[in-house]
Write a protein that binds this ligand. Structure first.
Ligand SMILES: NC(=O)c1ccc[n+]([C@@H]2O[C@H](COP(=O)([O-])OP(=O)(O)OC[C@H]3O[C@@H](n4cnc5c(N)ncnc54)[C@H](OP(=O)(O)O)[C@@H]3O)[C@@H](O)[C@H]2O)c1
Length: 331
């Protein structure tokens, strides 16, 4: 049975399963120039929450009663398109459907080989590139410096810590459970791990972990965790605003300590970015990440949820930290 997942209502606060609906749909009919695709893996990502709001942003909002979309790995079941053949695996932005036809614009072929196909949604996909470009281009890491990474056990954060280590930095990771702290230290080489859920005063914990101060802060979560890091920045610190998941479900913009004086007195730079800013350099980024993977300098973790119908729940679970590394749904 073919199925799609649509946005039924715009979530108020944290999304719930009732904001989504799974519908039975007709089998797609292949036309000249198209490929017939079967979904293998779906990427669920925190940024999709922003697309569920009816707001102008860097990417179009999802429409009510229409399928959601994200990065997928698909298999070509049949092809009437010269670029791809039956049996090829492709990745790209596609709607959440089990089977669909596409003109294949924006899709690229990937190989099942040294890494699993799902890795093209994580370490060799958007989150790997986000870690790489955010850190290298905005963070400008230098050997001997100290970096703090929030969301350190997630897809982006686990990669940032390892790249920072390759570049010779002291790495401090912040995550939400003891199990995650063990993982970021043992698997991803973080020098220090801080469990923000059991830490009473973040600013104090950061000060203890980084007695020489923080040179680079790669922020995936924002909010109170960041408040604790920012009071510990050094002169000429670089702050990378990659994500602010702690604020994504807020219905009003929260207030907190003012950061302007901290930035001024430290001549610090704070910059947000969207990974697609670096689209022209994606090829180079993937090549570098693949090389490090091959050399064993990069590792990755995935949380794979089984079943198309569990896609909304997998997305919701990101906000409860149920994933270690990249959250992916296997169909
Ligand atoms: N700028 C860009 O182009 C770009 C691209 C990709 C991703 N991002 C952003 O980067 C961040 C990480 O993305 P990802 O795909 O790698 O997701 P992820 O880190 O793999 O998953 C989300 C994690 O966020 C943590 N979290 C959830 N609620 C939190 C809260 N209230 N306070 C603190 N931590 C919380 C959870 O870990 P704990 O158990 O540790 O709480 C959860 O596992 C997100 O904010 C995302 O929007 C930005």
């Amino acid at each position: 049975m073919n199925q799609e997942i649509i946005l039924k209502s715009r979530p108020k606060g944290k999304p719930t399963n009732s904001d989504f609906e799974i519908n039975k749909i007709d089998e797609p009919q292949l036309k000249e120039g198209e490929v017939l695709l079967e979904t293998q893996y779906i990427s669920v990502d925190p940024y999709l929450r922003g697309r569920m709001r009816d707001e102008k942003s860097y990417i179009e909002a999802f429409k009510l009663n229409e399928p959601l979309s994200s990065a997928l790995v698909v298999k070509v079941l049949e092809s009437k398109n010269d670029s791809f053949k039956e049996g090829d695996y492709l990745t790209g932005m596609l709607p959440w459907k089990k089977r669909q036809v596409s003109k294949a614009k924006g899709l690229r072929k990937i190989d099942e080989g040294e890494v699993p196909l799902s890795a093209y949604l994580g370490i060799l996909g958007m989150t790997g590139l986000t870690a790489y470009f955010g850190l290298t281009h905005i963070g400008e890491p230098k050997k001997g410096e100290t970096i703090v990474v929030s969301g350190a056990a997630g897809a982006v954060g686990s990669t940032v810590g390892q790249i920072a280590k390759i570049k010779g930095l002291k790495t401090i990771g912040i995550a939400g459970s003891e199990e995650k702290i063990e993982m970021i230290k043992n698997k991803f080489g973080y020098d220090v791990g801080i469990n923000y859920k059991s830490t009473e005063t973040m600013s104090k914990a950061i000060k203890e972990a980084a007695p020489n101060g923080v040179d680079v802060y790669y922020d995936n979560v924002g909010g109170e965790v960041s408040d604790g890091v920012l009071v510990n920045i050094n002169q000429f610190a670089r702050i990378i605003n990659c994500g602010a998941i702690s604020l994504y479900n807020d219905t009003e913009i929260p207030t907190g300590p003012r950061v302007e004086p901290l930035l001024i007195k430290n001549s610090a730079k704070m910059q947000g970015f969207i990974v697609s800013n670096y689209e022209d350099e994606f090829g180079e980024g993937i090549k570098q990440l693949a090389t490090w993977l091959k050399e064993g300098k990069l590792k990755f973790e995935e949380t794979i949820v089984e079943g198309f119908e569990n896609t909304p729940q997998a997305f919701i679970d990101l906000f409860d930290g149920k994933n270690k590394g990249k959250m992916i749904v296997k169909i």
